[in-house]
Ligand binder design. Structure first.
Ligand code: PAF
Length: 293
């Protein structure tokens, strides 16, 4: 497994992988990209395993992207453990790790930004202004750097996935094409908490309280599916989180699954319940499907 820190060696490594053995006997091997910020957990490894099913070779990027962190957020304390991450990825059969330095990603004078309006607004876009511009910008760069046939993202970041798909469609990206931006279902701990690198910030007591999030979401979804008023169900969900030890709730909303339009009643198209809430200074997000009418 190659570990690359600057662009020219990455491009050479990708070109070599394209020529290297293909499972299907086609002249050019296919490549899947799994973008990450490192601090890998089972959720990331599930993405890697899914990626191996989709292409001949898997490239994983590890880059803690300063553009997507706001002032006062956890950029400095975000866990960085490249050596451990690379050992995990090697064991999963990853062909190359793209771990650029900040200077390699954003050279002196870097002045461009990608902004995807609509799907970036509201939800995490409201509580983290500029966050999705940072995500779209870095993901667009990663796509151009690696030129993958397919890219995989966790559904835990549902809004992020919607932003990246919209960007790929709007900008007519071909590597990957918008239809090759794939979401992989959220991996959960045994008690139901969605896996996240930020779970490592939780104290043992907060970790116990955090399970209130998926539990209260399931109760709210059962209510909505049984015909309960959406506003009443989400209000009860917020109350349950605050009673369960969360310090504040950024949002708890029912949205259309694709365009993310806010819904005040159950619709006949796929929907998601999306929640962001804080325990102490740690912000947790989660989302779950709600069955159409
Ligand atoms: O989901 C993440 O880890 C990041 O937002 C991503 C997609 C790697 C972009 O920095």
């Amino acid at each position: 497994m190659q570990i690359l820190h600057s662009l020219d060696p990455l491009r050479r490594a990708v070109a070599e992988l394209r020529q290297a053995g293909t499972a299907s006997g086609t002249p050019q091997a296919t490549i899947a990209l799994v973008p990450t910020m490192g601090a890998l957990h089972e959720g990331h490894l599930t993405l890697v395993r899914a990626a191996r099913e989709k292409a001949d070779h898997v490239v994983v990027s590890i880059f803690v992207n300063p553009l997507q962190f706001g002032a006062g957020e956890d950029l400095d304390k975000y866990p960085r453990q490249l050596e451990r991450d690379c050992a995990l990825l090697k064991a999963e059969g990853v062909a190359a790790v793209w771990a650029p330095t900040v200077e390699a990603m954003y050279p002196q004078g870097f002045a461009s930004s990608i902004s995807v309006s609509g799907v970036s607004d509201g939800l995490c876009g409201a509580s983290r202004p500029g966050h999705f511009d940072g995500v779209a910008t870095v993901v667009c760069k990663l796509f151009h750097q690696v030129l993958p046939d397919v890219a995989l993202f966790g559904e835990k970041d549902w809004q992020q996935l919607a932003v990246i798909r919209r960007m790929a469609r709007d900008l007519d990206l071909t590597r990957p094409h918008a239809d090759a931006v794939l979401g992989v279902p959220t991996v959960r701990e045994v008690d139901g908490l969605a896996m996240s690198s930020r779970n490592a910030y939780l104290t043992p007591e907060q970790r116990e309280q955090a399970v209130t999030l998926p539990m209260a979401m399931k109760v709210a979804i059962a209510g909505i599916e049984a015909g309960e008023d959406v506003a009443a169900a989400t209000a009860r969900l917020k109350d349950a989180l605050l009673a369960g030890g969360f310090s504040s709730v950024d949002y708890a909303e029912l949205r259309d699954a694709d365009g993310l339009a806010l819904l005040d009643s159950r619709s006949d198209a796929p929907m998601r319940l999306l929640v962001a809430a804080r325990i102490g200074s740690t912000r947790l997000i989660d989302n779950m499907a709600v069955s159409p009418r």
